[in-house]
Design a protein around this ligand. Structure first.
Ligand code: AMP
Length: 220
């Protein structure tokens, strides 16, 4: 089946750390669709100091979700500007009321769900250690320090970002499981690494949406 000329309405879902950001940017590099990230939209509003931005900051700073009515209005308003192009929605919907509102407004063609085992995500996110004074970043698996927990250059102790601590990562993953994890999705791509998921997403989208003019390849 070739890519149809019809505009594609797609949603990408995946737990924090599932590689959603990486896969989304590869998709937009290779295919003609517009990427709309709810998190980016909120950060843009915060930067511009809009009313929604000021409100959003109070929730985001506490690690809470923005109320459904605000989030839905903001996203649907943004989508109204994109009637002439295919789009990939990322970060919305995150709750059932948001999904219902989106479903009332658009016929969604496909939901791409990145299904990465929580154990793998936990390992991935908690493997990162930093040296706060210099900003040097280590990864226990790919780029470990010479001595566990110690900065190579200064000999000072390494720490973890608040977000990357195992207890915080588990909290974020549990919140995703409880509030967001899609039920009855159309397409699920499973894998332990983004590089293993990507060829399947690529092959799938080739049947759905035109590729960009640049010479596309399966690698980033
Ligand atoms: P993200 O960059 O997608 O991780 O989003 C950053 C933050 O923005 C999240 O932690 C939420 O507080 C908020 N946010 C983004 N999308 C939504 C949404 N669909 N519903 C509620 N809050 C959201």
């Amino acid at each position: 089946m070739g890519a149809s000329a019809r505009l594609l309405r797609a949603v990408i879902m995946g737990a924090p750390g599932s590689g959603k950001g990486t896969v989304s940017s590869r998709i937009t590099k290779h295919f003609e669709l517009k990427h709309l990230s709810s998190g980016d939209l909120l950060r843009q509003n915060m930067l511009q100091g809009t009313e929604i931005g000021v409100l959003a900051k109070t929730f985001i700073d506490q690690g809470k979700l923005i109320p459904d009515d605000v989030m839905t209005r903001l996203t649907l308003h943004e989508l109204k500007n994109l009637t002439q192009c295919s789009w990939l929605l990322d970060g919305f919907p995150r709750t059932l009321p948001q999904a219902e509102a989106l479903d009332r407004a658009y016929q969604i063609d496909t939901v791409i769900n990145l299904n990465v085992p929580f154990e793998v995500i936990k390992k991935r996110l908690t493997a990162r250690w930093i040296h706060p004074a210099s900003g040097r970043v280590y990864n226990i698996e790919f780029n470990p320090p010479k001595t566990v927990g110690i900065d190579d250059l200064t000999g000072e102790p390494l720490t973890q970002r608040e977000d990357d601590r195992p207890e915080t990562v588990i909290k974020r993953l549990k919140a995703y499981e409880a509030q967001t994890e899609p039920k009855g999705v159309l397409e699920t791509f499973s894998g332990t690494e983004t590089n293993k998921i990507w060829p399947y997403v690529y092959a799938f989208l080739q049947t759905k949406v035109p590729e960009t003019n640049q010479k596309a390849s399966v690698t980033p």
